[in-house]
Design a protein around this ligand. Sequence first.
Ligand code: ASP
Ligand code: MG
Length: 429
Amino acid sequence: MGIVVQKYGGSSLADAAAVKRVARRIVESKRAGHDVVVAVSAMGDSTDELLDLANDVSPLPPARELDMLLTAGERISMALVAMAISDLGFTARSFTGSQAGVITDSVHGKAKIIDVTPGRISSALDDGHVVIVAGFQGVSQDTKEITTLGRGGTDTTAVALAAALHADHCEIYTDVDGVFTADPRIVPTAHKLDRVSYEEMLELAACGAKILHLRCVEYARRYDIPIHVRSSFSQLEGTWVVPESAVDADSPEGEPMEQAIIAGVAHDRSEAKITVVGVPDKVGEAARIFEALADAEINLDMIVQNVSAAATSLTDISFTLPRADGQTAMKALAALSDEVGFASLLYDDKIGKISLIGAGMRSHPGVSAKFFSSIAAAGVNIQMISTSEIRISVIVDEGLVDDAVAAAHSAFDLDADEVEAVVYGGTGR
Ligand code: ASP
Ligand code: MG
């Protein structure tokens, strides 16, 4: 039997009893004859608590020290899980990301994995140990400093380990039974997807579905590692994230499966909107604005430029960005005011983004019309629209996000007949 890579999230490791429960689950796989490698997140909401603590100590903690602090959360989990496994009569070895060979670039707080050299993991497996790896962290190739992979990064650790160890797939254990057609906390009738393609999952993750880390899906697609997202609290089969060809494949009973047009509705309340009002409509102005934002290392999401009014030759440019970067962006733009000569800047962080995602929309007309009318019927005004081949996103008032998500979900017949979604744990923080 081969190597199994599993990931357990913070909500599955909330307290001592949970750690013991996870250890029993790990040991089941070991008993079944697998070599088991486990990536663990920090217990419960402890990463948020460490962040709060850092902010209480310092308004702007140095990035290096913040990574030193935050990586401690995963180290606590790894050691406790290893102890609980040894109480069950098996031996486990815990490793920090650095010890496990997770090599990253040197960007603190959002480092990218550039290589995994799992020598110590392989020898520990050869010696019969269960291997527990602290997730969300690595070591920089250049600076040799400890780095973190960004919030939710343990998913990426797990998939990277699965790829490096040539595992057949990666199991991601969480506090819900899989990937749902909408956040069950908002749409209780959301239903679980049996399979979803890497492409759809990438869009879902990028649009605010917190179930999987975006980088982890990118990694899984690049190395073709199927991901099985499932609950650590139940024995149910979860959702398989697989290549599109495998989503369309026949069911195990040989019945052809008709792919649903829509995979799901995601939402995101973490963005803000900035409008640059009255930009002179001439060559190079947009470039100047967006260069300033790029220099400030701000990632933008949607961008809309209006047609300029013929009379004034002025146009408005609006874009969305992470709320956390809002003030930095406003400062960078204000500094451009003389050079570009725009009229004013507007900032709005009371917005939410709702995205409809599905590979089937490539070949089905009328999807946007239905999406927009469902949102209109819910009495919600659309402020911005953007699309990709398999996604339509709209920006709406933050307070109306739940209504719009529920309306779109129903309009595309995604509601389950009975409530399927159980949220077993976690505070949703
Ligand atoms: N503990 C980290 C976080 O909360 C990493 C993770 O959970 O994957 O973001
Ligand atoms: Mg977490």
